[in-house]
Every structure is written in structure tokens, then in C-alpha cells.
Design a protein around this ligand. Sequence first.
Ligand SMILES: [Zn+2]
Length: 446
Amino acid sequence: MAGGAATAGLRQALAAAGPDLWLRDARAPAALLPSASAALLAPADAEGLVRLDLRISHGRVAALAPLGTAPAGPSLDGGQLWPGLVDGHTHLDKGQIWPRSPNLGGDFPGALSAAAADRARWTEAGIEARFAFGLRCAEAHGSVALRTHLETPASWRVFRRLREAWSGRIALQASSIAPLEDFDGEQGRALADLVAAEGGALGMVTRLAGDAADPLPADFQPRLDAFFALAEARGLDLDLHVDESGETGARALREIAATALRRRFPHRIQCGHCCSLALQPEAHVRETLRLCAEAGLAVIVLPMCNLYLQDRNPGRTPRWRGVTLVHEMQAAGIPVSVASDNTRDPFLAYGDLDMVEVYREATRILHLDHPVAAWPRAATATPAAIMRLPEAGLLREGAPADLILFRARSWSEWLSRPQSDRIILRAGRLLEAAPPDWRELDGIEG
Ligand SMILES: [Zn+2]
């Protein structure tokens, strides 16, 4: 039987199943099982995968049981079983504008200017259409939670409506994004108040340049302290774009960690990108990682965007991958997530909010293999924890039965194809959703 026929048969069986069913003969990454459950199941194989049956009752995971426990039910035939995916860093208000505002130089300055020029065209209805398009992509690929950065007041109004409309489908969170200097004075207080009113995370962008030996600009530390104070006064988590360049003088990450420690900042901090760390002197790297670990700071890596934008020069082959030091971070105890970042906008011409693609590309770009070890958590449990979503990201008894069923068994099978035939269950029910047609975007915002 071809894989397609087997998948169709499984879909049929799932569509016909009632509110109580067993899924038989699955393989789950041990890293995605709570340790208490893993102890009751068979030991993981050499690839870190555990064979199991899983019972669903009334939309929730009712039991994780050793292979062969289930008396009947649809079989995965040894295919992998994952929880719903969590995309912790996206830009849904900016997404899908590539066709009208391409960045044909493909570099960071070109992205900034093309995106800034495009913003003049944004209408609230247009933002909503592009934003909802992104959500439909994410849902169809199996994401259950997503955080987006937002640029304009209209973006926040759209976010508020779509968070409500999508409740129960995608848990939607938002973070501000603006240069650090935009948080000066009354302007900064107003933006922080808006973020607080919408339950968001306070986000800004650092834009340091130059060489590692250059002193930091005199206004950097006072501004950083003022930014932290805005979050402290409102009880906000932070979600920052940090050192997204190949400039060795871009070293805000260490200052952010040191500031969090000095101020005893009590909330969560997620730092995105941190690209330049990979090019900085070894002693600086060690000190930065020590401070990040001590501050409890988490890092989110955007591998597709970094590979696309960093080290791009016309006529010259890129010499580095643009990504930060994830293995060193993991060894230092710093939580590391991976995420989509931009999709079809001047910062990345491609993308479909597909966390399977992100994880597959992250594996190739960052060598998250041999062994795969706990890296599947970077697309699931780790961002769920940063986003304070205790029910997402693990195959856990009692959690909603938001599951992804793959035909692929081993890592080689999983990473070799895009897994377009994956089957998605939401609250135990088969999800009948496909990514939307790009033609729906034609004509939006003129
Ligand atoms: Zn971003």
C-alpha cells in the first residue's frame, strides 16, 4: 500500500471515530513526554523515540500507555506523534506584502526601507486580511499557539479582534516592536500602556553597530534601564529583537542580561536573533552566556530569516549561516526555541508559518541532530513555557488532544520530506484545514 492510501485510510478512521478512541502504534519523541509518563512506557530507542498507544477521551489525552495496550482503534503504523506546535516569534501584521514590496537586494537595510515604505499602504481591513491569512496557514500546519510582534495601533486593534475570533483555535499573543529610542518619555509610556491593556509582552529592537572594541553609545544603558522600568511598573514580560546583524559591536545581549540581574527583573525575557554573538570574541561569548543563564533569559532563534538576511552581499557567497550559538546556549542552561519570524515580507521572501518546515530547516542549519536529543522541545514545550501556556507543547495526560500524526517513523524519514500529508487533530477531532490560496491576497491594500 502506498503511503498516500495509508494516510487516507487513517483519516477516514479518525473522521468516523467518536469522542473516545485509542491511537495505536505511535512513536513519540521522548523529549515531548513528561518524565513521569516516560518512565511508565518502553525505554526510548537509539533515536530518542518511544513506542506507545494514546487514548483520547472527550477532546483530551486520557492515557499514554505502552505499545499493545489499546484493544482497538486507528493505527499510526509506527508513525511519529507530536503535540501541536508553538510559534513564539512571528510578524503577522507585516506578512504577505512581498509581491508589492519585494526586497530585491535581500539584505537587512533593504528590508527595513522596503517595510517602512510599505507601512504607508496599510489599512485596518488589509492588516486583518493578511493577519488572518497567516493564522490560517499556521493552523493548517498544526500550530496551536503563536506570538506576533505588532507595529501600528491598527495592528493592535486587529490583534484584539482576531485573538477573540480565533479563541480555541490558536492561542494568540502579541508583543510590541520599536527601536529602543521610541520608548523615551510619554511616547514610551503610551506604548507600554497599550501593551499592558492587551496582555502583551513589551518588545523593542536593539541596533548597535561597529566593532567589539567600540564603546557602547552613552545613551544606551539609560534607555535600557528606562525600558525595563516601563515593564516593571506594568508587570510585563519582555520580548526583544537583539543583535540581529553580523556587527561585532552589536552586543546588547550581554547588557540586557546584566541589566535584568542588576534590577532583579522578575518577569520573563525572550531575546530573538542574537546573531552577532556567533562572531564575537570567545571571552565575550562566555561572559554573555553566563549572564544570560544567571538572568534566566530565553533565546528564540529565527533560522530561516537569519540564513536569508545575514552575510548577503551582491556577487559574494555568504560565509556564515547567520544564526546564534544554540548548542553553547543549551549547554549553559539557556532555554532555546525556534520560530518562523517573517513570512513573505521584505525580511524573508518565503515562509508559510509551518513550524515543521522551521524545525526541519533549523535541524539542517544548526545541526540539531546526531543526536536529536531534546531539540523537538524548541518548537513545542520551550516556547509554550515562555508564553505561559502550561497545557501546550507536551504529550501529557489531561492536556487537550491537539496532536499531529506523521507517516514518518524515524528522524531520517521525518526530515526528508515536508510532511505535507500530516494529520492534525484538534481536541481529538480531525482538522479539515488547508493553507489558504495566495490568490485571496490579490488586490489587498491596493
Ligand atoms: Zn522578528
